[in-house]
Design a protein around this ligand. Sequence first.
Ligand SMILES: Cc1cc2nc3c(=O)[nH]c(=O)nc-3n(C[C@H](O)[C@H](O)[C@H](O)COP(=O)(O)O)c2cc1C
Length: 213
Amino acid sequence: MRVQLTNDELLSTTRVVRKRLDFSRPVERDVLEECLELAVQAPTASNRQEWHWIFVTDPVKKRQLGEIYASDEGEYVGLPWPELAPEDTRAARSEAVQDSAAFLRQHMGEAPVLLVPCHLGRVDNAPIATQAALWGSMLPAVWSFFLALRTRGLGSAWTSVHLRNERRAAEVLGLDYERYTQGGLFPIAYTVGTSFKPAARRPLAEITHWNGW
Ligand SMILES: Cc1cc2nc3c(=O)[nH]c(=O)nc-3n(C[C@H](O)[C@H](O)[C@H](O)COP(=O)(O)O)c2cc1C
């Protein structure tokens, strides 16, 4: 299945999808591999390509990862959210995002597939440039993966709170925590309908700087 979108439509309508993930419809492995082939065109520092992509379809492991995600330490909605003026575009969406996030918290383990991207090395106490090299060598590919999913009628939700319990997730995945950093937990499913809208974002005038701050 292909969703016909212009490049600009693809870039402006690829959303974090939670309530519109269809947990009842299976996801074919070859579609995921197709999306990953595209995603790994993303750049990596020194062209290392030390990324690994763990797809989880095993119901027991998905349930365990879902429990880790939903544990209190990982509560996304309970994190401090920014204080926003009522006219701020983000304020209007805040309640809907939190409601949708609460839904995902209950259902993460039911997604047909969970993805945990990993990268060789740990940067827990590393200089910022080293941290940037690791995250920058993993997360651009994850977003490309989201874009590829969207063109095929699938979607995902960007989540990172399970990393508060990263070690427990590593045990579930049989991953060497001391050697590999996980980048997030991504539920993958076909979306219910394929029509998504651009989101309201902060005006460029507030966030753009020319020739300095
Ligand atoms: C680094 C990062 C971490 C995030 N972590 C979570 C999370 O743990 N749980 C969740 O439901 N959403 C999470 N989100 C999704 C954000 O809430 C979402 O990107 C934001 O609301 C904008 O969504 P939109 O692009 O669909 O408007 C995360 C997003 C990013 C970029």
